[in-house]
Design a protein around this ligand. Structure first.
Ligand SMILES: Nc1nc2c(ncn2[C@@H]2O[C@H](COP(=O)(O)OP(=O)(O)O)[C@@H](O)[C@H]2O)c(=O)[nH]1
Ligand SMILES: [Mg+2]
Length: 231
């Protein structure tokens, strides 16, 4: 992972908005912050108000897989998921949705189906890329104290049943995080129509009625191995 300092912004070709949903405490904010800042905090920092981050990723665009700089806009549910009342405007028009669960909490995995139907009901189009992300694998696989409640096979099977990409991640170690987001962006941009929309949508957050404060946009991440990692 190489930082791209300000003033050296790569020529950004596309902006891809990624909506991140799932049960409370599965690690949505932690994964988003890990990707955007490279950091992790054990202390629970409640997501209050809206939380948005921009990160620039180097994404190989099919079919040639030439790497292109893509601004990924991360939309983290601002705590509304505790009340299962995520604002419909949050979903509208999103080209990609990541549903997260905690591999150490079966109930969060069981809840994936209802998060999926909520997203589908509010997206307003049927061309979105969906990804399933099982987080906290550092706890799951810790030697001696493995707390895993959802196997990788079960995660993969659920993802396959719903036509979703799949990844396991750890916000704590960073494992899988950048690769997962690169793969989601690549899947969105594999589609020519989506590429057109994502080019036009550079400031597209406005179309949803929600304005995004421009925050961090400094990381320039090269995912080792590109998008072919476990999806
Ligand atoms: N060990 C470990 N803890 C995590 C991981 N991701 C999140 N956490 C912790 O889980 C708690 C909830 O995380 P948070 O990101 O607030 O979850 P959210 O409610 O889904 O946004 C926090 O205490 C985090 O530090 C992870 O990958 N590994
Ligand atoms: Mg949160």
């Amino acid at each position: 992972m190489a930082a791209y300092s300000s003033g050296m912004d790569p020529d950004i070709a596309y902006t891809v908005r990624v909506v991140v949903i799932g049960d409370p405490s599965v690690g949505k904010s932690s994964v988003v912050r890990r990707l955007a800042t490279g950091m992790f905090s054990e202390n629970h920092i409640a997501t209050i108000g809206a939380e948005f981050h921009n990160v620039v990723l180097e994404v190989p665009i099919p079919p040639e897989n030439a790497p292109v700089a893509v601004r990924v806009q991360l939309w983290d549910t601002a705590g509304q998921e505790r009340y299962r009342s995520v604002a419909p405007a949050y979903y509208r028009g999103a080209p990609a949705v990541i549903v997260m669960y905690n591999v150490c909490a079966k109930s969060s995995f069981t809840a994936v189906a209802s998060w999926l139907s909520e997203a589908a009901a509010h997206l307003g189009h049927d061309g979105a890329v969906f990804a399933l992300m099982g987080n906290k694998i550092d706890l799951a696989d810790a030697s001696g104290v493995g707390l895993r409640e959802v196997s990788r096979d079960d995660g993969e099977a659920l993802a396959a049943a719903h036509g979703m990409l799949f990844a396991e991640t750890s916000a704590k170690t960073g494992a899988g995080v950048a690769d997962a987001y690169v793969a989601v962006a690549a899947a969105v941009l594999a589609d020519e129509d989506a590429r057109d929309r994502c080019t036009a949508q550079r400031h597209g957050a406005r179309a949803s009625g929600i304005s995004i404060p421009r925050r961090r946009e400094k990381a320039w991440i090269r995912a080792p191995g590109g998008p072919a990692c476990g999806w």
